[in-house]
Design a protein around this ligand. Structure first.
Ligand code: PHE
Length: 373
């Protein structure tokens, strides 16, 4: 059930210098892993739907086909992300051009759906973030956004302020969701900050001996409701990362596995079964390559990782800063990164990795303008 992929030509007008989206990233648009019925991400999505259906039958409308190319306005402004917030930077977010991004969260659709008049919805989609590379980070992942709007002063009857009433409903709802997914687990609420909610919380559960962050949520900023023409309404919202939860639920050790077509992975899961555990197949050996260079003022690890990903695709498993020092006399700083190459599907040959590493070296020198050592 693969919907047609959007190409770079569909979204980038001309060779726009304000585009920082590589072809490797563009190739992910339209793949929609969360639409494949036997895929762990889809199984999890359906399990969350099932919970909400059981709790408030027929209430929550489901959206999972909103395209990931959105305006800066939708992704940031309409959810009140401040002008100077780091998430807006070219280092963290994929810009197609100055006004258009690949959404970095499903919150990008809150205002649009509220304006359309929706009051209960679950919205799932692929989201994109420039980031480091390791077993739990991939530049594309999936989120589900949940929004519930309250009106008619229902909090008055309960004798609570609107904020307390909504916070209580939110916490009960999400604790129930965590139990639906993870069973009878220990949970805790942590205060945190999001520009679009106040108060804001993170839910953590104790699972496999560790505290795991499950989701972010909070009482929606009233400004968002006012701006969408709903000044008398109140609401809560949450956002959760499907990969993070699926990795824990199904024992999936590497985030790249979600993207593999290897039957030894894909055939282990079936629709409706949340309690299956992934049986790892033998891993192919890794291949390590180090690269060292003198950095300049513009250098960032995200930019370097993006470049490595551009050359190596899914063959890169991890990029790790293993050494950093500053020469006292010249004031110059050297970084040494260890790149771990490994395929999920086959043995790599030394020659092919040497060829990729050579390209990485060339590109690092020419694009990032650093001096190789
Ligand atoms: N958008 C937030 C994130 O990506 C999650 C969130 C959604 C938090 C809605 C609160 C309310 O981290």
């Amino acid at each position: 059930a693969q919907t047609q992929s959007l190409t770079k030509e569909d979204v980038v007008k001309e060779d726009d210098p304000s585009n920082n989206v590589s072809d490797a990233i563009f190739s992910k648009l339209g793949i929609n892993l969360h639409h494949r019925p036997n895929h762990p991400l889809c199984i999890l999505k359906e399990a969350i739907y099932e919970y909400f259906e059981g709790r408030e039958p027929g209430k929550f409308q489901k959206f999972d086909k909103e395209p990931p190319v959105v305006t800066v306005k939708a992704n940031f402004d309409e959810v009140l992300v401040p002008a100077n917030h780091i998430s807006r930077s070219y280092n963290d977010t994929y810009y197609v051009n100055k006004e258009t991004v690949l959404r970095c969260h499903t919150s990008a659709h809150q205002a649009q759906k509220l304006r359309e008049g929706h009051s209960h919805f679950l919205l799932t989609g692929d989201v994109y973030r420039r980031d480091a590379i390791d077993a739990t980070h991939y530049p594309v992942f999936h989120q589900m956004e949940g929004v519930k709007v309250f009106s008619n002063d229902e909090w008055v009857d309960a004798g609570l302020s609107s904020v307390n009433y909504i916070e209580k409903d939110l916490k009960e709802c999400l604790e129930g969701l965590a139990r639906h997914l993870f069973g009878d687990v220990q949970m805790r609420w942590c205060d945190c900050y999001f520009p679009f909610t106040d108060p804001s919380f993170e839910l953590e559960i104790f699972f496999n001996g560790k505290w795991l962050e499950v989701l972010g949520c909070g009482v929606m900023e009233r400004q968002i409701l006012r701006n969408t023409g709903r000044p008398d309404d109140r609401a809560w919202a949450f956002g959760l990362g499907l990969e993070r939860l699926a990795m824990v639920l199904f024992d999936i050790p590497d985030i790249r596995l979600f993207w593999t077509d290897d039957k030894r992975f894909t055939e282990q899961f079936s629709a409706g079964e949340l309690r299956q555990k992934f049986k790892p197949f033998s891993k192919y050996p890794p291949c390590y390559k180090d690269i060292a260079f003198w950095v300049n003022d513009h250098f960032t690890e995200n930019n370097f990782c993006e470049l490595v990903r551009g050359e190596a695709g899914d063959l890169v498993e991890e990029v790790q800063l293993i050494d950093e020092f500053t020469n006292k006399k010249t004031g110059r700083t050297s970084n040494c990164f260890r790149i771990t190459y490994r395929s999920m599907e086959r043995s790599l040959t030394n020659e092919e990795i040497d060829a990729i590493q050579e390209k990485v070296r060339e590109q690092t020198a020419s694009k990032l303008k650093v001096e190789l050592r």
